[in-house]
Design a protein around this ligand. Structure first.
Ligand code: ADP
Length: 542
């Protein structure tokens, strides 16, 4: 027997219509590539996303055709989110930090028909347009008069001119909620990038879960600043969550330096911001230098790579801002866990609470997780046993776009490639990526633990720990460090800083000081490159 409910499909168009109807006057503020602040509302954004839908119809795009974006966080990108997916096409967000050839490779693999880009990326498009064999329409996200003459890109049009003549009303189509809505490629540290193809259903369920109090806790009283890019796993779902809750939205555009982010937070009364640790480093440095305070910010969601405990402490102790440490993956839409205390833990000492808050957190309802040993046997949730982390749920991929890489699932579970422990309260802690673990004499050393200690040193701006070959121990840890500008710290000083903080055999064997650590397209440290760079490094103990 089935339930007797209406079973309306969960479609992305319903989010923007809801926001327009119930939160029509709520603002969407964007710092534009031009440098100025642009203000619009959910009502206007909905009208313009309907125009986008008409304009796509006019181009003759079929259901499920891909429309790509190469764009910063801003209102036009937001309109495309709803106009493209809402009308039944697939929004393919491309990471502009990739090398131009990779952008072309991804656009071809996705068979993008339209590519919309911010003018910042005109040089990239100039370099690749002739290699993108499926793209028929190039749209620059600007006014017609901002479009440079003689770009050489055939048929290039300005977005504003493209949608100008279209109607503000649109009859959004209804279709199966499992239809594809958005496509995002994983950075792919090995092999070619692979696409995660989200559905309308997975996106809406993810947005419901994302808004929950113990997830990101979003409401119509919030002002949200997604610093995490809209080209990176849909800005962790925040554009959808914001439309669902009616929160005010603030988009930072291309200006992600500490000062710009701080000015936006203060100027717009931001209550909640989200981004990767590197962005917050810049913000905290800017604030420390100027002796600045926050007047509205209550919480920041930090994820994408491990948030150093020193950062959680700095936000809390110096600025009274709660850090929500979160973990997820492109393949998971991305939310998997968020770290929020349970009732009984609120009675614990601050020190005890901090031991919990540095973890990646508890599963969001909708995500099941388990840890297994190398033989696939499930490990206990005792907070000590660590093993490969597997997940499953309605917003976790079942396979990659076009079946690339074969069937990734193991008995229906998606292997995350992360190594984790789970405590009896269900708090998951990533100890490493499976390929970043340092294997020393049969024992595993967590590169994250080693990095966290270094990051707490006042002279250290960034630290990466990698394993380098060792004749006796197989591998031993090498700490690669970028010093803060003007700071002096020696190898021996740094190594003695480890005393009492980790077991003796986990202390790095050596320190290498570098000007910069290579970062990937999503701002994560590229340890593969470091391992390559230091593969012949001679450790003093070797
Ligand atoms: P995203 O950066 O949005 O999480 P990616 O697919 O680019 O998505 O990367 C996912 C990987 O990033 C995870 O498998 C994990 O290794 C790492 N990661 C994400 N969040 C965290 C976190 N809070 N702590 C440690 N590692 C994390």
């Amino acid at each position: 027997m089935f339930g007797r409910m209406q079973d309306q499909p969960l479609l992305i168009s319903s989010l923007i219509e809801f926001a327009a109807q119930h939160h029509g006057d709520t603002e969407i503020v964007s710092r534009r590539v031009e440098g100025d602040l642009h203000r619009t509302t959910y009502r206007q954004a909905a009208a313009r996303s309907r125009r986008v839908a008409h304009a796509l119809d006019r181009l003759g795009l079929a259901f499920s055709d891909r429309v790509a974006t190469l764009a910063w966080n801003g209102y036009r990108h937001f309109e495309l989110y709803f106009g493209v997916s809402g009308s039944g096409r697939v929004l393919h967000t491309i990471n502009p930090r990739l090398a131009p050839d990779q952008v072309a490779w991804i656009a071809n693999h996705a068979e993008d028909q339209v590519l919309c880009f911010d003018l910042t990326f005109l040089p990239v498009i100039r370099a690749i347009w002739s290699k993108c064999t499926t793209v028929r329409h190039w749209i620059a996200l600007c006014e017609a008069d901002a479009l440079p003459a003689d770009t050489g890109i055939p048929g290039l049009r300005a977005y504003e001119e493209w949608i100008a003549g279209e109607a503000d009303t649109y009859d959004w189509p209804s279709f199966d909620e499992r239809s594809a809505a958005a496509l995002c490629y994983t950075s792919g540290t090995t092999g070619n990038p692979k696409g995660a193809l989200y559905s309308h259903r997975s996106t809406i369920l993810h947005a419901y879960a994302g808004a929950l109090p113990d997830t990101l806790c979003l409401s119509a009283r919030d002002t949200i600043l997604p610093v995490v890019p809209m080209f990176h796993v849909n800005a962790w779902g925040l554009p959808y969550c914001s439309a669902m809750t009616g929160a005010k939205l603030v988009f930072p555009g291309a200006a992600l330096d500490g000062k710009s982010v701080y000015d936006l937070i203060e100027g717009e009364g931001v209550t909640m911001a989200a981004g990767v640790p590197t962005v917050w480093l810049g913000l905290l440095n800017h604030m420390a230098q100027g002796g600045l305070r926050f007047s509205s910010l209550k919480r920041t969601v930090i994820g994408g790579s491990a948030c150093p405990p020193a950062m959680i402490r700095a936000f809390k102790d110096q600025y009274d801002v709660t850090v929500l440490h979160a973990w997820g993956m492109t393949e998971m839409s991305p939310l998997g866990t968020v770290c929020n205390l349970k009732l009984h833990q609120t009675k614990w000492s601050e020190e005890q609470q901090m031991e919990v808050l540095v973890k990646q957190g508890r599963a969001v309802y909708g995500v099941e997780m388990k840890i297994v040993d190398p033989q696939g046997r499930e490990l206990p949730w005792d907070g000590r046993s660590s093993g490969d982390l597997l997940v499953r749920g309605p917003w976790v991929i079942g396979g990659y776009f076009k079946g690339e890489g074969g069937d990734p699932l193991v008995d229906g579970w998606f292997p995350t490639g992360d190594v984790a422990a789970i405590d009896p309260d269900g708090f998951m802690q990533i100890t490493d990526r499976s390929k970043d673990v340092i294997k020393s004499g049969g024992e595993w050393i967590s590169s994250i633990d080693v990095e966290n200690v270094a990051m707490a040193h006042p002279s250290v701006a960034m630290a990466a720990c990698i394993g380098v070959p060792h004749p006796k121990w197989d591998e031993r840890p090498l700490l690669v460090v970028v010093r803060k500008p003007g700071a002096e710290v020696s190898r021996d000083e740094l190594l003695s800083f480890y005393a009492g903080k980790v077991a003796k055999w986990q202390v790095p064997d050596d320190v290498a000081f570098v000007e910069a650590i290579p970062l990937g397209a999503t701002g994560k440290m590229q340890k593969m490159k470091l391992r390559e760079q230091f593969k012949d490094h001679r450790l003093p103990s070797a």
